[in-house]
Design a protein around this ligand. Structure first.
Ligand code: ADP
Length: 176
């Protein structure tokens, strides 16, 4: 685990499952446009949350790349889930700006809802094909740039699925 402080926000990286972060107020879903169950992160979150999550989410969609919406956590240990639609790499352009928009909108939505601890997966780096090191840079830079505007958010945790992915985020965080 690596930690860095940006203004009042502690940013940390861990290896783990985004759907099993019980000490955080909210987790972020790498959602699909329709906010349906899907695979990867979305599958893990919806399985853990139960069918009530999809029922709440479908009327909130469809969303566009770069957008974020908030729902309750249902059977998750977290009070809220923030659903972001990342860019499909090579299709949704400019992909770096759309990816940054996901992180910025999620952080601002968390702040408006009084969230203190928020967990992110590496949005767009699975099925959507965004190269991990480049995605890590965008993610961490956006948290650093947004941190001064945040009032309630104090902890941002990046939850990486593998040790190899964690090492990439750790390096990006150290070099920022
Ligand atoms: P996207 O469609 O935005 O690319 P994916 O869900 O396919 O989203 O994957 C995003 C990233 O999350 C990938 O790096 C993938 O390895 C990782 N991942 C998949 N499942 C989990 C999980 N349960 N917890 C944390 N990270 C996960």
């Amino acid at each position: 685990m690596t930690q860095r402080q940006f203004d009042a926000v502690t940013v940390e990286t861990v290896q783990g499952d985004i759907a099993n972060q019980p000490d955080l107020d909210a987790i972020v879903n790498a959602a699909n446009a329709e906010l349906r169950i899907g695979g990867g992160v979305a599958g893990a979150i919806h399985r853990a949350a139960g069918p009530g999550l999809e029922q709440e989410c479908i009327p909130l969609g469809p969303i566009r790349p770069g957008d974020a919406v908030i729902s309750a956590g249902h059977n998750l240990p977290n009070a809220h889930v923030i659903h972001c639609l990342g860019p499909v790499y090579g299709r949704d352009e400019p992909s770096d700006q759309l990816l940054a928009s996901c992180y910025r909108q999620a952080l601002m939505l968390a702040d408006r809802n009084g969230i203190v601890g928020l967990g992110f997966p590496a949005i767009s780096t699975g099925i959507f094909g965004y190269p991990l090191a480049a995605a890590a840079q965008v993610a961490l830079q956006t948290v650093r740039d947004t941190a001064p505007t945040l009032e309630t958010v104090q902890r941002v945790r990046f939850v990486l699925f593998s040790d190899a992915d964690l090492a990439v985020f750790d390096r990006a965080l150290e070099e920022l």
